[in-house]
Design a protein around this ligand. Structure first.
Ligand SMILES: Cc1cc2nc3c(=O)[nH]c(=O)nc-3n(C[C@H](O)[C@H](O)[C@H](O)COP(=O)(O)O)c2cc1C
Length: 120
C-alpha cells in the first residue's frame, strides 16, 4: 500500500519512514497517483487540514482507503482533527491519530492496519 503524506516540520516524514512502505510526499497538492493509498497528514491551525492535502484528497478521493493525522495533544479537542475532517470529506475511516512523529506503539499499530487493508 502506498502512503501519501504531507509533513511541514518533519514529524510525519519521520513517522512514515519507520513503516517500511512506499511513500509519496505531498507538497503542492498537484502530485498524481493511479493506485490505492492511505493519506497521512499533519494538523494545522485550529484543527485544519493543510491546503495542499485538501487539494490532493479532492483530486484522488477514489484511491484513498483511509486517513491518519499527526497532532499535538496540547491542542485539546483539535488534536489531530485533520483526520476527522478528511474522513468526513472522503467517506473513509480514520485509521490513526498520533502525537508528533508517533510512539513505537503507533508505528506497530499502523503497520498492522496497513497489512489488514492490503488483504482487502
Ligand atoms: C501553526 C501550527 C498549528 C497547529 N495546529 C494544530 C492543531 O490544531 N491540532 C493538532 O493536533 N496539532 C496542531 N499542530 C501540531 C502539528 O500538527 C504537529 O506538530 C505535527 O506533528 C506536525 O507534523 P509535521 O512535523 O510533519 O509537519 C500545529 C502546529 C503548528 C506549527
Amino acid at each position: 500500500m502506498l502512503i501519501a503524506y504531507a509533513s511541514k516540520t518533519g514529524n510525519v516524514a519521520r513517522f512514515v519512514a519507520k513503516l517500511g512502505y512506499p511513500t509519496l510526499r505531498i507538497e503542492s497538492g498537484r502530485e498524481r497517483i493511479t493506485h490505492p493509498c492511505v493519506l497521512v497528514t499533519y494538523t494545522t491551525g485550529f484543527g485544519q487540514v493543510p491546503p495542499e492535502v485538501r487539494a490532493f484528497a479532492q483530486a484522488h478521493r477514489r484511491f484513498i482507503r483511509g486517513v491518519a493525522a499527526s497532532g499535538n495533544r496540547s491542542w485539546g479537542p483539535n488534536f489531530a482533527r485533520a483526520a476527522d475532517t478528511l474522513s468526513e470529506l472522503l467517506g473513509v475511516p480514520v485509521l490513526l491519530k498520533f502525537e508528533l512523529s508517533g510512539w513505537p506503539e503507533d508505528t506497530e499499530r499502523f503497520r498492522q492496519i496497513l497489512s489488514t487493508l492490503e488483504e482487502k
